[in-house]
Design a protein around this ligand. Structure first.
Ligand code: GLA
Length: 369
């Protein structure tokens, strides 16, 4: 951390990996993410005027200066819009100096933007004694991203970044943000979750995400239901002539994925990792074929992992790039990494990066150092 300012408060919030439950948070589905160890730190000091100064510890020479009176939803800018969006969503009425120190890999589908929003939201909530609960902060951080930055994301990433607990995956009911911790200790069973960053940059602002979401909303409107959560597979099948073929595929993904999440919770609880792995792979196929948000690099990572002994593998996050995960015996991880490296090189893809992470805690206040 730099000595740019002596902060009044420091908060941190983690990125996430979603075990299963992709592209169903905005359909009021269930999701099962966990927080990773990589975190983003927000160091904040109160000012006596209405100025806002933001900089990143990674680019200390670049100072962004604006004021509370110039907050501009959907305006221009770069990563600082996520910070300004949170100030706007929390309706902060005092100037602040903010230094961001981000350690969640960017564009890797590990939710660096939610980590940024949630670190800032958590710090501001503490500094100005706003009194928001973690659930309320998740909704405010999502509002910042939806209405200030202009990205129509769901509620999963902010929720897990704020509400996760170490040692567990977080079963989140996206209808009411109720949560249940599901113990997630792979090491005790000799297993590991490999995170494979394809290094294909994904950006939710690019439009593919919004189009998918619109298709789901169109099905909800045409079938006059409250959400895809309320749709059974048989009801979807009998309604096929009321929706387009593309809408059918998108809704088919959502309905089957919600069912897979609930089965995955049972499998995890029973330590039935074979079933968990099968559900993960089925989720990938659904995202690839029905939802069409995978890409050649993600498919290559998943297929290579499976053919080298992974129990299950899938793309995670918004898709179109970013990361995949593979569940495997600890003893097989090195072989899987090597095989993916070789497949990527022989296909002419960028070299992938590999991570692993234990399930970690959500946002917290850090000691002032
Ligand atoms: C992104 C969004 C989330 C969620 C996932 C897909 O990470 O921010 O709200 O929709 O994609 O599951």
């Amino acid at each position: 951390m730099s000595d740019w300012l002596a902060p009044d408060v420091i908060a941190s919030a983690p990125g996430r990996v979603n075990l299963i439950g992709e592209h169903i948070d905005f359909s009021q589905g269930f999701v099962l993410p966990f927080a990773i160890e990589d975190r983003t730190f927000a160091r904040i000091r109160k000012r006596e005027d209405r100025e806002i100064r933001i900089r990143s510890a990674q680019r200390p020479d670049h100072l962004i200066t604006t004021s509370l009176d110039h907050l501009n939803p959907r305006g221009d800018g770069d990563w600082e819009r996520y910070v300004l969006g949170v100030i706007w969503a929390l309706n902060i009425q005092s100037g602040v100096e903010i230094e961001i120190d981000g350690h969640v890999p960017l564009g890797a589908g590990l939710s660096s933007s939610a980590a940024l929003e949630c670190a800032v939201a958590f710090a501001l909530n503490e500094l100005f004694a706003c009194g928001y609960s973690r659930k309320e902060l998740a909704l405010l951080a999502q509002k910042a991203e939806n209405d200030y930055v202009g990205v129509p994301c769901g509620i999963m990433d902010q929720s897990v970044s704020l509400m996760a607990k170490s040692g567990s995956a977080l079963l989140l009911d996206c209808r009411d943000l109720d949560t249940r911790l599901v113990p997630f200790d792979l090491a005790a069973s000799g297993l590991q979750l490999l995170i494979i960053d394809t290094q294909v940059q994904h950006a939710l602002v690019d439009g593919g995400y919004a189009q998918r979401r619109q298709s789901c909303e169109s099905v909800v409107a045409k079938l006059e239901i409250a959400s895809l959560r309320d749709l059974s597979l048989s009801a979807l099948d009998s309604a096929q002539d009321q929706i387009t073929a593309e809408e059918y595929k998108r809704a088919h993904h959502a309905v089957t994925e919600i069912a897979r999440v609930l089965k995955a919770v049972d499998a995890l609880t029973d330590k039935d990792f074979t079933t968990l792995g099968q559900l993960m792979s089925a989720s990938h196929h659904s995202l690839r074929d029905d939802y069409e948000v995978s890409c050649p690099e993600l498919n290559c990572a998943v297929e290579t992992a499976i053919s080298h002994g992974a129990i299950g593998a899938r793309m995670v996050g918004g898709g179109f790039g970013g990361s995949a995960i593979a569940l495997a015996d600890q003893a097989k991880i090195a072989e899987i990494e090597d095989a993916i490296r070789v497949s990527f090189a022989s296909t002419g893809f960028h070299a992938p990066r590999f991570f692993t992470s234990l399930p970690s805690d959500g946002a917290r206040i850090e000691p002032l150092t």
